[in-house]
Design a protein around this ligand. Structure first.
Ligand SMILES: [Zn+2]
Length: 75
């Protein structure tokens, strides 16, 4: 019996344990800063909107999973 081959190329995703660095809400965006440290910042949708211009300007790699936010909780 052969086990099915699972694709392992799925991108990393955020989990419920990832929390916004600013307010502690569930994070839906991860920004990885360029450079040797590769520092990762986590943001809720609200705070990502606030910091997005600066993050993009700094060349951060953005993992945006805001499509997963329940419409009812988007403040
Ligand atoms: Zn936040």
């Amino acid at each position: 019996m052969t086990a099915p081959t699972l694709e392992t190329s799925a991108p990393a995703t955020l989990t419920r344990r990832d929390r916004c660095d600013r307010c502690g809400a569930q994070a839906y965006v991860r920004a990885t800063l360029p450079g040797a440290d590769g520092l990762e910042l986590h943001f809720c949708g609200h705070h990502f909107r606030r910091f997005e211009p600066g993050l993009v300007a700094s060349g951060a790699t953005i993992l945006d999973e805001r499509h997963r936010i329940d419409a009812s909780t988007d403040d």
